[in-house]
Design a protein around this ligand. Structure first.
Ligand SMILES: [Zn+2]
Length: 153
């Protein structure tokens, strides 16, 4: 481990870090950043995308990896079936999730959304906003079930 001053704010940073944790500046002389994390993709492809792409960590430019595939799994995932911290896809599952069918802490679904905060045509969540809704606090025209029925309509 080598400690170097940040070129922007002079904070002492671990030379292995691609970005200064204090100010976020990309560190110089790190053209050969050792990529960290994990990346794997299947050999099989469909429409130019790998069938499965798993990506965590960051690449040699210090950029956070994004998983893109028919099935994408990573911190950021975009795909047919996307699973990630931030996920976008036909079917998406994530902390922050957007898709046709979406499941997440914050979930936005074109057709179905499920999660703590769910927004979708059909949404089920602690807070559910949509057309057909179910949950604790529901906001929609058709309430399937609600713990606070009538309270918030
Ligand atoms: Zn800095």
């Amino acid at each position: 481990m080598q400690i170097v001053p940040c070129r922007q704010c002079q904070a002492l940073v671990d030379a292995e870090w691609p970005r200064c944790p204090a100010c976020g500046a990309i560190q110089p002389g790190l053209a050969e950043i050792e990529p960290k994390g994990y990346e794997w993709e299947s050999k099989g492809q469909w429409m130019g995308l790998p069938l499965v792409h798993i990506a965590f960590g960051y690449d040699s430019k210090g950029q956070a990896r994004t998983a893109r595939g028919i099935v994408a799994i990573g911190q950021r995932a975009i795909g047919g079936v996307a699973i990630g911290i931030i996920a976008g896809g036909f079917v998406s599952i994530g902390i922050v999730s957007a898709g046709i069918f979406s499941l997440g802490v914050v979930s936005v679904g074109a057709i179905i959304a499920g999660g703590v905060n769910a927004f979708g045509a059909l949404s089920i969540g602690v807070v559910a906003v949509g057309y057909k809704v179910g949950g604790v606090a529901t906001f929609g025209s058709k309430v399937m079930f609600s713990a606070m029925k009538g309270a918030v309509q």
